[in-house]
Design a protein around this ligand. Structure first.
Ligand code: NAD
Length: 241
C-alpha cells in the first residue's frame, strides 16, 4: 500500500493504543514514521520500520528537538498526529488543580505546542496535514471527567482556528473524534464508564485502534487534499443520537 509514499509523519503517544496502530498503518502505507512518546513502542512488532523519539508533549524544548531532528534527517515534515492523551475521571468540584493541569497540559497544551512547532516547516514547504485527537467526550457531556472534557473540547476549537489561519499556507488541520476504542486507556477505565459508552453505541461494540488509524490515514493522505477544519467522527453512531 502506498497512500503515504514520500511522506514524513510524527505520531505522538505512539507507544500503544491508537497512536501505535496509526504509526504502524502509516508505515505500512509507505510513510517515514517517527513514533514520539514518553514510553518506547514495541518497535520489533512492526513489519515496517518505525523510528522512536522520546517526547513529552508538554515540553516545548523537547518538541523543538524532535522536529529539528526530523528535519535534519528527512528534510521535511508532512504529517503530525497529535494523539498523546491522558484522562482523569474527577468532576469539577473534586478534580485537584494538579490533576487539572496535568490533563490540560497533555491533552490541550500538548496539541498547541505540537501545532506551533510543526507549523513552521509545514508553512515553509507550503504543505502539511495536522490531525488532532479529540473524543466523543469533547462533544457531549458525561458525568465527571471534567479536565478531559474541557481539553478535548478545546482541541476541536484549536483545530478550526489552525485550519482557517493556515489554509492559505497549504496546511490542513482536522480533528478525529473517536467513540469507545479498546486500548490501554479504556482497559484502565472504570468498568461502569466502559459499560455506559458501549451500551450507548448504536453499532453495539467498541472499536479497535486500527479503526481510528484508518481515519488518520485518510486525513494524512492527499486523498483529503480538500479537507480542512473538519471533524471525522468514528464512534459507531454514538454522537448521531
Ligand atoms: N480509547 C478510547 O476509547 C478513546 C476515545 C476517545 C479519544 N481517545 C483519545 O485518543 C488518544 C489515544 O488514546 P488511547 O486510548 O490510545 O490512549 P492510551 O492511554 O492507550 O495511549 C496513550 C499514549 O500517550 C502517551 N502519553 C501520555 N502522556 C504523554 C506525554 N506527556 N507525552 C507523550 N506521550 C504521552 C502514553 O505513553 C501512551 O503511549 C488520546 O488522545 C485519547 O484521549 C481515546
Amino acid at each position: 500500500m502506498t497512500r503515504l509514499t514520500d511522506k514524513v509523519a510524527i505520531v505522538t503517544g505512539a507507544a500503544m493504543g491508537i497512536g501505535w496502530a496509526t504509526a504502524q498503518l502509516f508505515a505500512e502505507n509507505g510513510a517515514t514514521v517517527i513514533a514520539a512518546d514518553v514510553v518506547k513502542p514495541p518497535l520489533s512488532e512492526s513489519d515496517h520500520p518505525i523510528d522512536y523519539r522520546e517526547l513529552d508533549v508538554t515540553d516545548q524544548h523537547a518538541w523543538k528537538a524532535v522536529v529539528d531532528g526530523v528535519l535534519n534527517e528527512h528534510g521535511r515534515l508532512d504529517v503530525l498526529v497529535n494523539n498523546a492523551g491522558v484522562i482523569d475521571y474527577a468532576d469539577i468540584t473534586t478534580v485537584t488543580p494538579e490533576d487539572w493541569s496535568r490533563v490540560v497540559g497533555v491533552d490541550q497544551t500538548g496539541v498547541f505546542l505540537g501545532m506551533r512547532t510543526a507549523l513552521a516547516p509545514m508553512r515553509a514547504q507550503h504543505a502539511g496535514s495536522i490531525i488532532n485527537l479529540s473524543s466523543a467526550w469533547g462533544v457531549v457531556g458525561s458525568e465527571g471527567v471534567a479536565a478531559y472534557q474541557a481539553s478535548k473540547g478545546a482541541v476541536r476549537g484549536l483545530t478550526r482556528n489552525g485550519a482557517i489561519t493556515y489554509a492559505a499556507d497549504g496546511v490542513r488541520v482536522n480533528t478525529v473524534v473517536p467513540g469507545w476504542i479498546a486500548t490501554p486507556l479504556t482497559e484502565r477505565q472504570p468498568a461502569d464508564k466502559n459499560a455506559e459508552v458501549i451500551g450507548l453505541t448504536p453499532l453495539g461494540f467498541g472499536a479497535d485502534p486500527r479503526d481510528i488509524a484508518f481515519g488518520c490515514l485518510y486525513l494524512a493522505s492527499d486523498e483529503a487534499r480538500y479537507v480542512t477544519g473538519s471533524e471525522l467522527v468514528i464512534d459507531g453512531g454514538l454522537l448521531a443520537q
